[in-house]
Design a protein around this ligand. Structure first.
Ligand code: FES
Length: 109
């Protein structure tokens, strides 16, 4: 199994991100409206704010501080003031366990 076990599937709620640590990096684990689980870097690229404390809306995670919305699949900000993407990580689900690859995946521009 590649990746680090971070939580169980049942711990990830649709409307609230879960902050976990993956090899020393804070990661926000989010379930989208279709039930797919995503993992993004937890720290907003605009400030030192935990995105897991923000709001899951449609397929985005919104920073509570100034409202930038990051796309779950790509980590790209869809609105200012953040303009740099957060990293995204591969997620594997095996039975009830969620694994996150500690190496960020490449997202094509
Ligand atoms: S700290 Fe996240 S948008 Fe400003």
């Amino acid at each position: 199994m590649s990746g680090v076990r971070v939580c169980s599937v049942s711990e990830v709620r649709v409307d609230q991100a879960l902050r976990v640590m993956v090899d020393g990096t804070a990661v926000a684990v989010v379930k989208d409206s279709a039930g797919e689980i995503h993992a993004l870097g937890d720290t907003c690229t605009h400030g030192d704010i935990s995105l897991a404390e923000g709001f899951v809306e449609d397929d985005t995670l919104e920073c509570w501080a100034h409202g930038s919305r990051f796309e779950l699949k790509s980590g790209r900000p869809l609105s200012l003031p953040a303009y740099e993407p957060v990293p995204v990580f591969d997620v594997t689900v095996v039975d009830d366990d969620v694994y996150v690859d500690p190496v960020p995946k490449r997202v094509d521009a």
